[in-house]
Design a protein around this ligand. Structure first.
Ligand code: DGL
Length: 270
């Protein structure tokens, strides 16, 4: 059974899941968190379904070994392709990104014309399209994979001429569809939100899943959460590649100025 002393586990293929992690720690300051960024194997978004499921199982197994009470899959690619398998197999609740982002977008849209951007694996899975149309039959969904966004932001490139050109390349056609809402179907993308907003114009509402996921976890924990504030001091970060790159780039994704992290490099095993 869950208890308040157990940490909450969060994983992503790299640094993008820190956008969700940041929101979780702000919403639930009394909880302890463990973050796993599988940086050595980023991007997941260009890998096959089998590989994404295998990597997601390995990340989850590592988090379970750390005694987590809930796993947040802070990766749309893993959520789109592996969530069902994880929910069926794991002994703790597993929360993904797609459901929350889809619901937020449906609340935001007036015209019922919604754009979705994500990795190649997420977009070709069709999960967003299917879920949006299940929740609201009349909605039109326009999807676009943006495979260069993840490598760009994992290099810390979140603005400037090159980023603007790539944004234009991917979003030009989507802009012509007159969407009024855009789902950032990848947890790496919120750091690009200002450039995306500039390109699409102020009238388009940009939706990311992090706030909704944080509220879902808070609801799930209910009264079980304690009162002490400890998430910053007691949270721990694990990465499967360079710690120095993690330390340099983490503040961008966490959207905070903090520079001290309890971080450790690990290797995942099957
Ligand atoms: N941040 C991830 C997502 O939300 C995955 C990016 C990748 O590894 O391709 O899809």
């Amino acid at each position: 059974m869950q208890n308040s002393a157990q940490p909450i586990g969060v994983f992503d293929s790299g640094l993008g899941g820190l956008t969700v992690f940041g929101e979780l720690t702000r919403t639930l300051p009394q909880e302890r968190f463990i973050y796993l960024g599988d940086m050595a194997r980023t991007p997941y978004g260009s890998k096959s379904r089998e590989t994404i499921i295998r990597y997601s199982r390995e990340c989850s197994a590592f988090l379970l070994e750390q005694g987590v009470k809930i796993i947040v899959v802070a990766c749309n690619t893993a959520s789109s392709l592996a969530l069902e398998a994880l929910q069926a197999e794991l002994p703790c609740p597993v929360i993904g990104t797609v459901e929350q982002a889809a619901k937020c977008a449906l609340q935001a849209t007036r015209s019922k014309r919604i754009g979705v951007i994500g990795t190649e694996a997420t977009i070709s899975s069709g999960v967003y399209q299917a879920r949006l149309q299940q929740l609201e039959a009349g909605v039109s969904v326009f999807s676009q994979p943006c495979p260069l966004f993840v490598p760009l932001v994992e290099q810390g490139m979140v603005s400037g001429e090159i980023v603007e050109k790539v944004v234009e390349l991917y979003l030009r056609e989507l802009r012509s569809k007159e969407i009024d809402t855009l789902i950032l179907g990848c947890t790496h993308y919120p750091v690009l939100a200002p450039v995306l907003q500039d390109f699409l114009g102020e009238k388009v509402c940009i939706v990311e899943c992090s706030k909704a996921i944080a509220s879902e976890v808070r609801e799930m924990l209910g009264a079980e959460s304690g009162n002490e504030t400890r998430s910053e001091a007691e949270s721990k970060f694990y990465v499967t590649d360079s710690l120095s790159r993690f330390r340099t780039l983490a503040p961008i994704f966490l959207r905070q100025t903090r520079t001290e992290f309890q971080a450790e490099k690990i290797e995942l095993t099957e």
